[in-house]
Design a protein around this ligand. Structure first.
Ligand SMILES: O=P(O)(O)OC[C@@H](O)[C@@H](O)c1c[nH]c2ccccc12
Length: 266
């Protein structure tokens, strides 16, 4: 039986073929997005005046259904930026997550690194990411061979984008290569949707020491961020915990305040 990840990738291939018909790679390369200098997520995560949080804009997901149908991307990302997010993560997959490249373009008005959150399998999508204002792309080890990770990452680097490789288990660490800037441990198994925060902690010790580590998914309580930071993580990718509120920006703002409090306690 096909798992959700297989279904997403199958659909992605059709979508890419359609997008290529609508807009050629050359057209993408000639767009305004290519004129800007990209921002570094690595530098942003090392800037201690920020929170280390990669704050996500996500309307819905296959595991949770609708999370927030009415949130306004411009408003939410503006508050995320204002209150110390180190990076924005914008879901651009339409079919399964209700996002779009248009959302990415709107978020681009803020001077903060942006991760294009999608299922990247083709160089064409990397051109799109650059054209629509992303600074970082996500490569998911579970849907790519190590060779494809290396090829896609090299292509991204040529376009001045940073690359976050997402792994879920130890077996996927073989996908790490020189071209990768950051490694993210997803606490959610994309095939079964099971979430286990301990997954990040378990894997941390065997992650390559020369890449910044990000903990992804299922993070709610601020104490978890404190625990993960103490363990050695530099970034925390959080979506639903903010997006499930009517006002995700407000939720983020309160969260940051609480985080500062617990991190000041011993
Ligand atoms: O909403 P959460 O549980 O805080 O998770 C955010 C993020 O980690 C999650 O959306 C995610 C992680 N990897 C992905 C790959 C594709 C789509 C989505 C994701």
């Amino acid at each position: 039986m096909k798992n959700i990840l297989d279904k997403i990738i199958e659909h992605k291939k059709i979508e890419i073929a359609r997008c290529r018909q609508e807009r050629t790679a050359t057209e993408l390369m000639q767009s305004h997005g290519f004129e800007r200098n990209t921002l570094s997520l690595k530098s942003s995560l090392l800037d201690i005046s920020k929170t280390g949080i990669i704050a996500e804009f996500k309307r819905r997901s296959p595991s949770k259904g609708i999370i927030n149908a009415s949130a306004d991307v411009a408003k939410v990302t503006s508050v995320y930026t204002q209150y110390g997010a180190s990076c924005l993560s914008v879901l651009t997959d339409e079919q399964f997550f209700g996002g779009s490249l248009e959302d990415l373009k709107i978020a681009r008005q803020h001077a903060i690194p942006i991760l294009r959150k999608d299922f990247m399998i083709d160089e064409y999508q990397i051109l799109e990411a650059r054209a629509f204002g992303a600074d970082v792309i996500l490569l998911i080890a579970a849907c790519l061979s190590p060779r494809r990770v290396k090829e896609l990452a090299a292509y991204a680097k040529k376009l001045s984008l940073e690359v976050l490789l997402e792994v879920h288990g130890e077996d996927e660490l073989a996908h790490v290569c020189d071209e990768i800037d950051l490694v993210g441990v997803n606490n959610r198994n994309l095939k079964t949707f099971e979430v286990d925060i301990e997954n990040s902690i378990r894997l941390l010790n065997i992650l390559p020491k020369n890449k910044l580590a990000i903990a992804e998914s299922g993070i709610d309580n601020v104490k978890v961020v404190k625990q993960l930071r103490t363990a050695g993580f530099s970034g925390f990718l959080i979506g639903e915990n903010f997006m499930k509120n009517e006002n995700p920006g407000e939720a983020f703002k309160n969260y940051v305040q609480q985080l500062k409090q617990v991190e000041n306690e011993n």
